[in-house]
Design a protein around this ligand. Structure first.
Ligand SMILES: [Cu+2]
Length: 71
């Protein structure tokens, strides 16, 4: 499978626990192979299989965890 990479801009993270929550929300999705979340950068860099998971699903997972995806 060919992996794609996307950077999501995320608002609402204020500490390390928020980072972990976003990370595990993303990594919990089938098709996501890695998620690097930056508190200072307010972003998540996600490697994923586009045939298995959509960006829309990632946004939903992050929002369900209590954060906003702004781009
Ligand atoms: Cu926090």
């Amino acid at each position: 499978m060919a992996l794609a990479e996307i950077t999501l801009r995320i608002e609402g993270m204020s500490c390390h626990h928020c980072v972990m929550a976003v990370k595990s929300a993303l990594r919990g999705l089938a098709g996501v192979s890695s998620a690097d979340v930056s508190l200072m950068g307010k972003k998540a860099v996600v490697s994923y299989d586009p045939g298995t998971v959509t960006v829309e699903k990632m946004k939903e997972a992050v929002e369900e965890a209590g954060y906003q995806v702004v781009g």
